[in-house]
Design a protein around this ligand. Sequence first.
Ligand SMILES: [Zn+2]
Length: 291
Amino acid sequence: MDSTGVAVSARRQPPARRLPTPGPQLRPVAPVGTVACPSCGRRFVSDRYQELLNVCSGCGHHGPVSAPDRIEQLADPGSVERDDHATTPRDPLRFDDGVPYPERLARARERTGLDEAFAIARASIDEVPVVLACMDFAFLGGSLGSASGAMFAAACDDAVAEGRALVSVCTSGGARMQEGIASLAQMARCSAGVHAVKGAGLPYISILGDPCFGGVTASFAVQADVILAEPQARIGFAGGRVIEQATHDRLPEGFQTAEFLLTHGMLDAVVERRELRDLSGRLLRLFTGRS
Ligand SMILES: [Zn+2]
């Protein structure tokens, strides 16, 4: 006790640590050959988790999916013909935040097996010819740089040239900061691609995964004829903390989730991953006038 009567040991104790909230940021460690659900920690044998399309059968959490797996999940089996149109990204700023941008790209390529943040394929969905353009969050946060913008624009060109519908899956942190304004210019480039698809009378379906933010949400991800999203996907432009700091206001519960956006008219439907292929097929048949 000190002179004020306060127990010194108690007063000097550090504040109680707040336990992290279980969520996508908390990734339980799983033994080799198994996967732990990022939300509830339930463990799966890797093959079983893949059969479940990376969706937890315990809590329903929709886990991340690589772009090539997305294509396989959505397309008719055996119909996929990959054509990524990969180009070399620009490094206009010679950006170096401790790791030079070209080195970051090289690491991302090695880690994901992709040339850029998109994987693109010609395929069919319920026998309707499509071009599928799927983003991969594991590639530099699915960020939109000059090369990935060129890839999406090329996918739009292919759709127009071959009379195919366009289907995209977007999971992105937004513009790629390493490319500065060259990255922001991709929003216009991709929007022009979508405009050409629509001008040709071809349908465009956009599927938003978790997370989808920034310049991607502000452009081609929400310019589709039909906008779908996966359950609990976080979708927005700026992050919630930035908005709270700017508005000096508390954000409502569930802000920037797919369900919240649906109730506010920003989405057409929130769809479980296992339903996406069937629903996309039905929509494409409707748009293309097939029975
Ligand atoms: Zn779970």
